[in-house]
Write a new protein. Structure first.
Length: 280
């Protein structure tokens, strides 16, 4: 599943890089260890010469970018004296000349590298650099979300196995549920998003198993998200910031959820949702 997540996020970033910079070719990949990145995704390439290429830190333009943890560029790859030339054959096969490489840095650690390129030797300007950096930041944010998701999934899988835990343990379950619900809209990959929703459902069901109540209420996903924030004592403004919504939109979802649950206050809505197994 992680490979599909990487592919989706990387392809989206490469497409953005081409659109915002005007560069005809973009490619990139993530690091498999501290010193090696594999070019896994191509956008605009005419050959497959670059696909699967393993870039070592310090080697070539991308390796230099990885080693220095900053963007690097050359006007003419084949004749540049500022890089080593281990990958000249693959670059020449694709016909690339002017190239920029930008590292993807997450919490001060390089996790990947993105490239943009032209098939003619032209000096790249600030607009191109800015576009490449912005695309790398997209991948960075996607990796941050993915890391959080994996950590939360690992914790919640353990919590789900003990539905009769102590009250303080259930506060951890509820916090994990809230965090997972907030991450769902940020996940691009549909398979990972479905897994998140499945785990959220299992958390809520485990809670419902403690005090099952028959209920035919069906809340929309965003109504559940808002109630999860309300259960944590979050204000409408705080819920809006956490969920990426407007405060007015949060109010609308909360009113709708309260109506469906037959609740007259925010607290009543949370209690009713928990009794119905809609919240842990």
């Amino acid at each position: 599943m992680l490979e599909s997540v990487d592919a989706v996020d990387m392809q989206a970033a490469l497409l953005r890089l081409r659109r915002t910079s005007g560069l005809p070719v973009a490619f990139g990949g993530l690091l498999s260890d501290a010193r090696h990145a594999r070019i896994a995704e191509l956008n605009g390439a005419q050959t497959t010469a670059l696909r699967g290429l393993v870039i070592s830190a310090g080697s070539g333009l991308g390796g230099k970018s990885i080693a220095l943890s900053r963007p690097c560029a050359v006007t003419d790859y084949r004749s540049s004296r500022h890089i080593s030339h281990e990958y000249d054959m693959a670059v020449a096969a694709e016909g690339l000349r002017s190239v920029v490489a930008v590292p993807v840095v997450v919490r001060r650690r390089v996790r990947g590298v993105l490239y943009g390129a032209l098939r003619e030797p032209v000096s790249l300007g600030d607009r191109t650099f800015d576009a490449a950096v912005a695309a790398a930041r997209d991948v960075e944010q996607a990796l941050v979300v993915r890391d959080e998701v994996q950590q939360l999934l690992a914790v919640t899988r353990e919590q789900i196995t003990d539905p009769r835990g102590a009250p303080e343990a259930w506060e951890d379950v509820r916090e994990a549920h809230r965090e997972l619900r907030a991450l769902v809209p940020k996940v691009v990959d549909p398979a990972l998003r479905d897994e998140l929703l499945s785990v959220c459902g299992r958390l809520a069901s485990a809670a419902g198993a403690r005090a099952p109540q028959p209920c035919g209420v069906h809340l929309a996903p965003r109504e559940v998200d808002v109630l999860a924030c309300v259960a944590a004592g979050t204000t409408n403004a705080g819920a809006a910031k956490r969920l990426g919504l407007r405060p007015e939109t949060v109010k609308g979802y909360l009113r709708s959820a309260m109506r469906k649950l037959g609740a007259h206050t925010r607290l009543e809505a949370v209690v009713a949702a928990r009794r119905a197994g809609l919240l842990p």
